[in-house]
Design a protein around this ligand. Structure first.
Ligand SMILES: Nc1ncnc2c1ncn2[C@@H]1O[C@H](COP(=O)(O)OP(=O)(O)OP(=O)(O)O)[C@@H](O)[C@H]1O
Ligand SMILES: [Mg+2]
Length: 375
């Protein structure tokens, strides 16, 4: 029998706020989501009190996990700064940390900047992003991660698209992450990759309403409360777009670089430019642009047709002085293998598409060499 929302709330009533108030009366809880025994909720508090609340968050998570019928529980702490309270760090311009504070070398754990600190064991975290949705970001992220794996690197894949996680479908992963003795989530191993997605905890089609700070809190947990082990590269599949949520993410995840996915159409390139501008704002180097659905390759005769007017991304990359990482054709095999949870680099490792993803991977690896070698 699956747990009910009421049972979760009853359990939470037994946890006290730092001021001794039952959690359910403290006016800090988001609605509780329960799907197939997977429980999610968040606690929203003032950023100045966040440290005191971390213990409460952990307690809440453990009482919920202890309930019969709970398969997994995630309680996210959302810290919001009240207007007029002291800023956590100097600001260069609205909402953007200056370069000097972007990656503090030694931030004390629990400080507001700690979440930007590098993740122990992971040499390089890179984002796969796009200005608009549906350009093939997730497909590219998964196949690029596999391409990097083929080059002999230890690779992880984090699905940060909490609005529409697609990594469970692309990798065919149905199971839920288990917890270790320290209550950290153990990523799912698939195709030699360590994989984590909010979709493992929440159903793909569950409508979730995420407020900005909740997004960050959930992603921070997926970065830091997961036993990633030793990785050369962690590939992060970003949510589409360049809005506030994406900016906060780019700003708060310790990224070594970003890859922008674009289709050849002009409109998408305008969006790609927005993506470039966003990463520039937060001092994250853009490792390059990938042109996806670059040309149509007939699955029967192999003839190539440039239906979208091909080559736009290459020109744009040259104009902006950003590396051009490669062209991926629009091909049936790429879509069908993705939908079947068996990405093309795995299902057709000797085929032309796998070779393209490996070549893109090689160019990404070369740019990250310093970071990977230093790890
Ligand atoms: N090169 C390609 N050839 C054929 N189909 C592709 C290619 N790239 C992506 N697709 C298909 O296009 C669709 C959208 O791709 P995908 O989900 O990777 O995009 P996305 O940018 O991550 O989307 P979202 O913005 O919703 O996260 C999927 O059905 C995928 O299989
Ligand atoms: Mg996607």
């Amino acid at each position: 029998m699956s747990v009910t929302q009421q049972q979760v709330l009853d359990a939470l009533a037994g946890v006290r706020s730092p001021r001794g108030v039952p959690l359910t009366n403290a006016n800090v809880l988001s609605p509780v989501t329960v799907t197939d025994g997977k429980v999610f909720l968040s606690i929203s508090v003032d950023a100045n009190e966040a440290r005191a609340w971390e213990t409460v968050r952990a307690q809440a998570e453990s009482v919920v996990r202890a309930l019969p019928g709970v398969a997994s529980a995630m309680v996210a702490l959302t810290a919001e700064r009240k207007a007029g309270s002291a800023p956590s760090r100097p600001r260069a311009e609205a909402g953007v940390a200056p370069a000097a504070t972007h990656r503090p070398p030694h931030s004390p754990a629990g400080s507001p900047m700690a979440r930007q600190a590098e993740i122990p064991g992971i040499a390089a975290v890179i984002a796969v992003a796009s200005g608009k949705g549906g350009v093939g970001k997730s497909t590219t992220a998964v196949n690029l991660a596999l391409g990097l794996r083929d080059l002999g690197l230890r690779v992880g894949l984090l699905d940060a698209d909490i609005y529409g996680p697609s990594v469970p479908r692309l990798t065919g992963i149905r199971e839920k992450p288990e917890l270790n003795d320290e209550r950290k989530m153990i990523p799912i191993q698939r195709f030699g990759l360590a994989v984590m997605s909010i979709g493992f905890l929440v159903e793909e089609d569950t409508a979730m309403i995420w407020r900005g700070p909740m997004v960050m809190s959930a992603i921070t947990q997926m970065l830091r409360d997961v036993t990633w082990g030793t990785l050369d590269v962690l590939v992060v599949d970003m949510p589409p777009g360049t809005g506030d949520a994406q900016l906060t993410l780019a700003q708060n995840v310790p990224l070594k670089g970003a890859i922008i996915i674009s289709t050849p159409q002009d409109l998408s390139l305008i969006d790609a430019r927005r993506g470039l501008a966003m990463f520039k704002k937060v001092n994250v180097p853009v490792l390059g642009i990938v042109e996806n659905m670059s040309y149509f390759q007939c699955p029967h005769c192999g003839t190539r047709s440039d239906i979208f007017g091909h080559g736009g991304a290459r020109h744009e990359a040259e104009r902006l002085g950003v590396p051009f990482l490669g062209e991926i054709p629009l091909h049936m095999a790429i879509r069908t293998t993705s939908d079947a949870g068996n990405p093309v680099v795995v299902s057709e490792p000797d085929g032309p598409h796998a070779a393209i993803y490996r070549a893109i991977g090689a160019s990404v690896r070369d740019q990250l060499k310093g970071a990977i070698a230093a790890a």
